[in-house]
Design a protein around this ligand. Structure first.
Ligand code: DGL
Length: 269
């Protein structure tokens, strides 16, 4: 059977981080239309309660459904850790997360077995990375660290080497990993790949796993298995919605994507 589905794929995160998934999905599935939602009025998600994360996830998926999406990528480790499995029960469309795909990539990437994870409070305390990575690679020793100051820095566009505060915060957070104990670090929050250049400089030789990007292959596999791939021949289009101010999102997100998002980010209504 060669069925297809030209409806868009929905992607959500608390903010800019989900663009790391969007970028990878655009590269891997260039014919798909995408609808992105960043919940910037309620960012950060990293310290939210389970009840809040369930409610926000459900609301975000309903918003994306109002745009007629055929599948949703939860491009947020925090929501994935706390809410995805639960909200999947309420929706009759595939809802893909970021944690399992990136845990698997990390397990496959490590040669020494030393794997670090950085993530939000919710993600790290969920223990999911500590559980999943050794399932895929029994030799893996996982050290997970909460790095809560990073999301606000990324949201305010402080992702450059000239941003002294960001460099100092990263130096502090990454100190436990600077002794050669790990060869692989999971960027267990979709915001962190926006800091990959700085992190890479502080941890030379360490393989960085981009949790946002890891979901792209899982999405492709799912759409293929379910006969949901688009069959258009031209490039797909992306639409962007946020719950907060569209301007900083357009500025910082456009810089990360390498495209001009001015006037292309709409406020959620
Ligand atoms: N980017 C999200 C994640 O992957 C959420 C971070 C936050 O809002 O605290 O966890």
């Amino acid at each position: 059977m060669n069925a297809h589905d030209n409806r868009p794929v929905g992607i959500f995160d608390s903010g800019l981080g989900g663009l790391t998934s969007l970028k990878a999905i655009k590269a891997l599935l260039p014919h798909e239309d995408l609808v992105f939602f960043g919940d910037t009025a309620r960012v950060p998600y990293g310290n939210r309660t389970r009840e809040e994360l369930l409610r926000f996830s459900e609301q975000n998926i309903r918003f994306l459904q109002s745009k007629d999406v055929k599948a949703v990528v939860v491009a947020c480790n925090t929501s994935d850790a706390m809410a995805r499995a639960e909200v999947q029960k309420e929706f009759d469309l595939p809802i893909i997360g970021v944690i399992d795909p990136s845990a698997r990539l990390a397990a496959e990437a490590t040669l020494t077995g030393g794997v670090g994870v950085i993530g939000t409070h919710v993600t790290v305390t969920s223990g999911l990375f500590n559980l999943l990575i050794p399932l895929y690679n029994p030799l893996a020793q996982v050290t997970a660290v909460e790095t809560p100051k990073l999301v606000p820095l990324v949201e305010s566009g402080k992702t450059h080497e000239t941003d002294a505060e960001t460099v100092a915060v990263l130096n502090d957070y990454l100190a436990p990993f600077q002794n050669g104990a790990i060869d692989t670090l999971v960027l267990g929050c979709t915001h962190y790949p926006l800091l990959a250049e700085l992190i890479g400089k502080l941890l030379p030789g360490v393989t960085l796993i981009n949790s946002g990007a890891a979901a792209a292959q899982r999405l492709k596999d799912t759409l293929t298995q379910m006969d949901l791939l688009a069959d258009r021949t031209g490039p797909g289009a992306a639409r962007f919605y946020v719950s907060g101010d569209p301007d900083p999102f357009a500025r910082n997100g456009g810089e990360f994507l390498g495209e001009d998002l001015t006037g292309r980010v709409q406020r959620q209504v």
